[in-house]
Design a protein around this ligand. Structure first.
Ligand code: AGP
Length: 613
């Protein structure tokens, strides 16, 4: 996820771009850059200073020309190409006149790069984005104006984009376009703006407009004109923005937690994007472990904490089932103190949203000391964990601000299950058609999460009846068990009420003694393979007076007879259910916490990243 901003016709172009980039840093900050454009001249500055990239860019721009009235800016979350200055946006064409910034992924960039190189274009970066600059260059050379050149270039592009293009030979014009990645346009008298989100231009523009997929907008000082990819005029929908800046940074949501819960479809979509070749081969650009080394893996150990530990527990079921590899999951803070056995062929996977959790870092260091190869699953590019590991797979959930982790969980499960399928591909433990079918199901999850999110009203209706409950069990079987653990953790950390996640089959071995009227049992019942078993567990607790909330599949016709409340979710392959079932559990915790007046983004006693042991 990257942040883009543009302004045309302003006397404060440089200040607008730098201020906007500071507000867009949450979208990624491993590098940053701006280009200022006037007739015949493009001035560019780029930095790659990690979290200090935008600050470094501000210093770099001290010598920038002050009389340019148009420009574009970008803060990067690297997907293709290391987070180094030469890969920072804006990218230029061969002439140095065309400048482009981009948020998204161009899936067919390799083929386009090959074509353009054969036609003599010289590339200066390894990014996917740069191919569009050269496509526009060619089309401009054929006499197309910038709007038509960008439009025709995008007709060649597959993938996701929010882009902005300028050309010094057509000054005071920016052409922007969108497919999947967010883009807004703003206007004020004599000035036009574009940005990845409203906060970046909130105190500059006076009117705001949403850009829809495959719409192309030509911005000038006088305003903007929009067309579709075929060139037909379209009207942009005006947004009613009456937010203050803090609200705007939450995208209009009351808090970051609800914003990030709502971003889960995008988090899964982005994490899966461009990680499968046309022939079905699963690829992780940043993996840096060879296929042969992965084939030689004999055992997998996952180490993590908190929510990431629950994602790791889901991965255990997937890797064992699909890749037929023995998997252990260790609490990171326990791993290094138990004198772990690391044999040849042991792959250790450290799972961490922040990539800075010291327990997880210390566990992976211990594993490396004992000879293991380590893969990091990190949501932050170039995090400590990512840097120290032998390889990394980035989740692309975007920055997660709320202490309670939500979108990172579904992105981690998606990334880990994709890795499990890659291991199955290499070990040939699943047939090609089995893998194809599973990949098809995985790519539907994003939409199914959106469906689960649309049923928030059902969850709120249940929560209002439970505000005075104080004792919760979350139960599940198979992957429903780590889902239950995660649901319990969400409730604990933002409502401060006691909740326990438990394997449903284990209740009768003791905890059933705690079940009595007033105790709430949340049962995750969507796994078709375990349905009969979990229904009998629900009957066990009902018989002892518990109030049961069931998370159940849409087509489950039995659950209504045994549960007091049913929260419906779309049916999917059992192994994918944690990414969907967790949604009503997150919403339940959120709704109860709001009802109890808790600060959901900053719950007491907790920190977003635990960098102490
Ligand atoms: C989860 O909501 C908590 N914020 C916490 O358990 C968190 O998952 C844990 O501290 C691990 O953080 P990490 O993923 O950044 O390593």
């Amino acid at each position: 996820m990257c942040g883009i901003i543009g302004v045309v016709g302003s006397d404060e172009t440089l200040a607008t771009l730098l201020q906007g980039l500071e507000r867009l840093e949450y979208r990624g900050y491993d590098s940053a850059g701006i280009a200022l454009v006037r007739a015949g001249h493009t001035w560019r500055a780029r930095t790659a200073e990690g979290t200090e990239s935008v600050a470094a860019l501000r210093l770099e721009c001290k010598d920038a020309p002050q009389d340019y009235r148009s420009g574009i800016g970008h803060t990067r979350w690297a997907t293709h190409g290391a987070p180094e200055a030469e890969n920072a946006h804006p990218h230029l064409d061969c002439s140095g006149h065309v400048a482009i910034i981009h948020n998204g992924i161009i899936e067919n960039h390799a083929q386009l790069r090959e074509e353009l190189s054969q036609r003599g274009h010289h590339f200066t970066s390894v990014t996917d984005t740069e191919v569009v600059a050269h496509l526009v260059e060619e089309l401009r050379a054929r006499g197309l104006d910038l709007l038509d050149a960008v439009r025709h270039a995008l007709l060649r592009v597959r993938g996701a984009f929010a882009i902005a293009v300028m050309d010094a030979s057509e000054p005071d014009v920016i052409v922007a376009a969108r497919r999947i990645s967010p883009l807004v346009v703003g206007t004020a008298p004599g000035v036009s703006y574009l940005a990845s989100d409203v906060p970046a231009i909130l105190d500059r523009a006076t009117a705001f407009y949403a850009v829809n997929d495959d719409e192309v907008v030509r911005l000038g000082p006088e305003g903007f004109r929009a067309v579709d990819l075929e060139g037909a005029p379209v009207r942009l929908r005006q947004l009613q923005i009456d937010w203050d800046l803090e609200t705007a940074e939450k995208g209009g949501f009351d808090d970051f937690m609800s914003k990030e819960i709502a971003e889960q479809p995008d988090a899964v979509f982005a994490t899966l994007l461009d990680r499968q070749r046309g022939d079905g081969t699963i690829v992780f650009d940043e993996l840096r472990i060879s296929d042969q080394e992965l084939r030689e893996v004999r055992r997998v150990v996952l180490v993590a904490c908190g929510t990431s530990l629950h994602a790791a527990q889901v991965a255990k079921y997937a890797i064992e089932r699909w890749a037929r590899l023995s998997v252990d999951v260790d609490i990171a803070s326990e791993y290094r103190y138990r004198d772990p056995i690391v044999e040849i062929g042991t792959l250790v996977i450290g799972v961490s949203q922040s990539g800075e959790t010291i327990d997880t870092i210390q566990a992976t260091r211990e594993a490396q000391r004992r000879g293991a190869r380590v893969v990091a699953i990190s949501n932050i590019v170039d995090s400590s964990l990512a840097r120290e590991a032998d390889a990394v797979i980035y989740t692309r959930a975007g920055l997660e601000v709320s202490v309670a982790s939500t979108k990172a969980f579904v992105a981690q499960v998606a990334a880990l299950e994709l890795l499990a399928l890659r291991l199955a591909q290499l070990r040939e433990t699943l047939t090609t058609s089995e893998i194809e079918a599973l990949l098809g199901g995985l790519h539907e999850i994003s939409g199914q999460i959106a469906t689960a999110l649309s049923r928030r009203g059902d969850v709120d209706a249940v929560a209002t009846q439970l505000l005075h409950a104080h004792d919760y069990f979350f139960i599940g079987r198979h992957v429903g068990f780590p889902t239950a653990l995660e649901g319990a953790l969400k409730l604990k950390e933002i409502t401060y009420m006691h909740a326990e996640g438990y394997a449903a089959g284990e209740l009768k071995h003791g905890p059933l003694a705690l079940i009595e009227p007033g105790v709430i049992v949340v049962a995750v019942t969507t796994d078709a393979n375990m349905h009969e078993k979990i229904l009998s567990n629900v009957a066990e607790v009902k018989a002892r007076g518990a109030t049961v909330i069931a998370v159940a599949a849409d087509d489950d016709e039995q659950i209504g007879a045994v549960a007091d409340f049913v929260l419906r979710v779309p049916r999917t392959d059992p192994m994918f259910t944690p990414m969907i079932d967790i949604v009503p559990l997150q919403l339940l915790a959120y709704s109860l916490a709001r009802g109890l007046g808790r600060n959901v983004d900053r719950p007491r006693n907790l920190a977003k990243t635990v960098t102490v042991e």
